[in-house]
Design a protein around this ligand. Structure first.
Ligand code: C2O
Ligand code: CU
Length: 496
């Protein structure tokens, strides 16, 4: 019996059926059953979360809209409630969010919302078909969960390459005992943009998946994007625009305050295929958080942010007008917003402050803050996660296997609740990959920063640690929207 048939037989034997089949077995008959996304273990873990009892109810309508990117550029795209980025959702630590997704997308498109970086209960993770079935056109689904760790997060669909449309928005979990002091807080969302300008993300993906061996090189495939910081090939996709808070550099978002004010920047990379090097002209940044979690403060001139990563930084502002620039790493293009505290003409839209070439620290050089460092403990389980594939046939995968959306639990990476787990990301490819784990915030190395998305450079290995304390079935994937969709995804599943 081949493994496919044996698996089906096992599923049938267990009486499990349908998409999102929640307690599947893998091909090996010795593999134990998996914890179901809405099972008792998930509910028990959720009970342990500290809750304020407050609930924030809101509706997010996913629908087609015309958006104004500035400078006379408009684009037909998909957004949440007509805005780009979507309106930031703010809750306080321990609050419950009750967010109703209303799917009004065209073409019978199914969708979902994934709450990127939040350690929430598994059945609210919005990752079809593993944790729910995708929300059909014309239908609603209410996500109800408690966010019990403060920080900078965001949300986006987890279906196809919808992330590369306009369907994204910040999610800020405020700390009622915020230890940092600052006068203002600005959320800065970075995004590479093509939707409704040169085509759609689906068209881009269709072209990419033909591979370099394919007959035609069209509008979307980008060759020769090089970045020393990223260890070589920087990206696959050509974007006509790079946006900060939904605006092009020629008509930028303007962030205003008074000179001398101390500002907290919450930087979010919502891009599909672009890492950004971010700097504020005339200023240094003090990095305070990676992916929502505090680090030992570190002064830098610029910060490199992969897709799905977030960094928080403090900066005390001078008097004048300053460009906040996001250099599309290796792509020779920039996004820009303006920081205005005084008078003066704006810098050119193509300006590149010298800070971009100043001191940059990569995540592996940062240290977790004392209160969020994992307590030293013996590692119980180790998994080798090989990142495989390439541009030739666009066969991006994990451990040589393209993820099978029809069988998400076919070949899970299993963990046991209560264990200290190490994942070794072994990148055998010639490209970097921002590797994202749902439902957990791992730690880089023994005392590195806590993160849920980390850049793994080509030909390198990165080891990350986490405590298996959030039972369920969790996606692990490259946050390059096109690599993930091509198959560089896996399922980390708790065994029961
Ligand atoms: Cu932000 Cu699985 O994604
Ligand atoms: Cu990748």
């Amino acid at each position: 019996m081949n493994s496919m048939n044996r698996r089906s037989a096992l599923l049938a034997g267990l009486g499990v059926a349908g998409a999102g089949a929640l307690a599947a077995c893998s091909g090996s008959s010795s593999t134990p059953a998996l914890i179901s996304p809405s099972g008792p273990a998930v509910t028990a873990a959720d009970k342990k979360r500290t809750k304020t009892g407050r609930t924030h109810a809101l509706t997010l309508t996913a629908a087609q809209a015309m958006v104004d990117l500035g400078a006379g550029i408009t684009a037909r795209t998909w957004t949440f409630s007509g805005r780009l980025p979507g309106k930031a959702v703010r809750v306080s630590t321990g609050d419950t969010l009750a967010a109703t997704l209303s799917n009004q997308l065209p073409n019978q498109a199914t969708t979902s919302i994934h709450w990127h970086g939040i350690a929430l209960r598994n059945d609210m993770d919005g990752a079809p078909p593993a944790t729910q079935s995708a929300v059909r056109a014309g239908r609603n689904f209410t996500y109800r969960f408690t966010a019990d760790a403060p920080g900078t997060y965001f949300f986006h669909p987890h279906v196809g390459v919808q992330l590369d449309r306009g369907l994204y928005a910040p999610l800020i979990v405020e700390d009622p005992r915020e230890p940092l002091s600052y006068d203002e807080e600005w959320v800065v969302v970075l995004d590479d943009w093509l939707d409704g300008v040169t085509g759609t993300p689906d068209e881009a993906f269709a072209e990419l998946r033909q591979g370099m061996g394919g007959m035609h090189m069209g509008e979307f495939m980008l060759m020769g994007a090089r970045s020393p910081l990223l260890g070589g090939d920087a990206g696959d996709v050509r974007y006509p625009h790079h946006l900060i808070n939904g605006r092009v550099p020629a008509d930028p978002d303007v962030l205003r305050t008074k000179p001398g004010k101390r500002v907290r920047l919450r930087l979010i990379n919502a891009g599909g295929d672009t890492a950004y090097r971010v700097a504020l002209g005339g200023h240094r940044l003090t990095l305070t958080h990676t992916d929502g979690f505090p680090i030992r403060h570190q002064q830098v001139d610029a910060v490199l942010i992969g897709m799905g990563e977030r960094y928080d930084a403090l900066v005390t502002l001078d008097d004048g007008v300053f460009p906040l620039v996001a250099l599309a790493e290796g792509k020779n293009a920039t996004g820009m917003a303006l920081v205005r505290t005084g008078s003066g003409g704006p810098p050119k839209p193509t300006t590149r402050p010298k800070e971009l070439d100043g001191k940059i620290m990569t995540a592996s050089e940062l240290r977790a803050a004392d209160d969020v460092r994992l307590t030293p403990k013996r590692t119980d389980q180790v998994h080798r996660i090989e990142l495989t594939g390439g541009m030739m046939t666009y066969n991006w995968a994990v451990n040589g296997k393209r993820f099978d959306m029809n069988n998400p639990a076919a070949d899970p990476i299993t963990v046991e609740e209560g264990r200290r787990v190490r994942l070794d990301f072994v990148n055998g490819t010639t490209m970097w990959h921002p590797m994202h784990l749902h439902g957990h915030t791992y730690q880089l190395g023994s005392g590195g920063p806590r993160k849920d998305t980390a850049i793994v450079l080509p030909r390198r290995t990165l080891s990350v640690f986490f405590d298996a304390d959030n039972p369920g079935q969790w996606m692990l994937h490259c946050h390059n929207a096109y690599h993930g969709e091509a198959g560089m995804m896996a399922l980390v599943a708790y065994q029961s």
